[in-house]
Design a protein around this ligand. Structure first.
Ligand SMILES: NC(=O)c1ccc[n+]([C@@H]2O[C@H](COP(=O)([O-])OP(=O)(O)OC[C@H]3O[C@@H](n4cnc5c(N)ncnc54)[C@H](O)[C@@H]3O)[C@@H](O)[C@H]2O)c1
Ligand SMILES: [Fe+2]
Length: 380
């Protein structure tokens, strides 16, 4: 344990299970919602998941509209378009249905509905003056953990960089984590989002902000992911594996929301912003090189990860090996070259990543811009 004072915050209410979505209308009523805006993307809507949310609202006599214009790694403009729909429709409660992209846009819209309509001044930590509209988050990936975190990430297309808004007002009032909503996830999305969850757990454990609560959530999440990601990838309809992954991703979200993500996420940001690769893919590419860089200063923490992953050899080295074996088993790309990124791109990427001080400052080893360039080279 590295901190003397432990603070723990999470969503107002968290329900995880199979079929917990049945409680949606009751939760809307409890929060005083009279007209709901469902925020999602077209992929989630095409998978039939928006109907699963809209139907119980209709039965309960709660009017709702759908904004399905969220894009992956959403640009700021997505939140602005959703806000226009909300202002026009006079909705008083938001339901975010989807992966991190839809949930993050929901969180931002909830806040810009009651604060200034331009989210740009709010990038950073604790810069939002007022709470937002009530929000319920229903994740369909497992995943980002956004349903229990105080951050929303948008892509600043002017700077080709992903940027975060962090505020306690970002927490969902209710997180309904229903494993049935995840069974339609294609294997590639299962793999990328599952690796993202693993990385959240591990970064929360190695961060200088780790504490007993985040550690225990992180370690148990690693255990569940090591045991269940392969099955969820191979057989998406396996509700037992899906429930384990849903539980793990929410726990990993709680872990990093109360500790931090660190350099893996910082170095992945420019890849997402510039090359538009999925968040989990960008993180997985940076996982081994960053953990190799971190290894000398967090041997004990990584050894615990190795143990949680069921390794026979309990060491930091075997933890990194086990994480990469898992990534390979779920067919994740592991080299920047596979995306056409070469040596000449390294200085630009390093300059961009060096600006993500929010995450670099809490990494167990503070990398300089030169270190960051070296880490990118190791990932080529
Ligand atoms: N706020 C946070 O705490 C936090 C943490 C990590 C990542 N993020 C952000 O979250 C975003 C990534 O979210 P993501 O990885 O969940 O992906 P995503 O939300 O972009 O979804 C990926 C794709 O999967 C599809 N999809 C999602 N669920 C599905 C389902 N059940 N069935 C069929 N298709 C489905 C979507 O339509 C989309 O095309 C990034 O912008 C990232 O920066 C946020
Ligand atoms: Fe992440």
């Amino acid at each position: 344990m590295k901190q003397e004072t432990t603070v723990f915050r999470t969503a107002g209410l968290v329900k995880i299970g199979i079929g917990v979505l049945a409680e949606l209308a009751d939760e809307v009523k409890r929060l005083g919602g009279t007209k709901v805006l469902i925020v999602t993307d077209k992929g989630v809507a095409d998978a039939g998941l928006v109907d699963k949310v809209a139907e119980p609202l209709k039965v309960a006599g709660i009017p709702s509209d759908v904004f399905d214009g969220v894009e992956p790694e959403p640009p700021i403009a997505c939140a602005e378009s959703a806000l226009a729909v909300l202002k026009e429709g006079g909705h008083d409660l938001l339901i975010g249905v989807g992966g991190g992209s839809s949930m993050d846009v929901t969180k931002v819209v909830s806040l810009i509905a009651t604060n200034e309509p331009d989210p740009r001044p709010y990038f950073g930590i604790d810069l939002i003056p007022r709470p937002g509209l009530p929000k319920i988050l229903v994740p369909t990936t497992s995943g980002t953990g956004s349903e229990v975190t105080a951050v929303a990430i948008l892509t600043d297309t002017e700077q080709s960089l992903k940027r975060g808004i962090v505020s306690p007002y970002m927490f969902a009032d209710v997180a309904l984590v229903d494993a049935e909503m995840m069974c339609t996830m294609p294997p590639k999305v299962t793999a990328a989002t599952g690796m993202d969850a693993l990385i959240h757990a591990v970064e929360a454990i190695v961060s200088v902000r780790s504490n007993s609560i985040s550690d225990s959530l992180g370690i148990h999440a690693v255990e569940l992911i090591a045991r269940n990601l392969r099955t969820a990838f191979e057989n998406g309809g396996d509700t037992t594996a899906r429930l384990a992954m849903a539980t793990a991703s929410t726990m990993a979200g709680m872990a990093f929301a109360n500790s931090s993500c660190c350099a893996v996420h910082a170095l992945a940001y420019p890849l997402g912003g510039e090359y538009h690769m999925p968040h989990g893919v960008a993180n997985t590419l940076m996982l081994a090189p960053v953990m190799e860089y971190n290894r000398p200063v967090c041997k004990a923490e990584l050894a615990r990860v190795a143990e949680a992953m069921g390794e026979v050899e309990i060491s930091a080295k075997s933890a990194v090996r086990a994480m990469i074996k898992l990534a390979k088993d779920v067919e994740m790309p592991l080299h920047l070259k596979e995306f056409g990124i070469a040596e000449e791109d390294v200085p630009r990427l390093a300059e961009s990543a060096a600006k993500v001080t929010r995450l670099l400052d809490v990494n167990p080893r503070r990398p300089t811009q030169e270190d960051i360039a070296m880490i990118y080279r190791a990932a080529l």
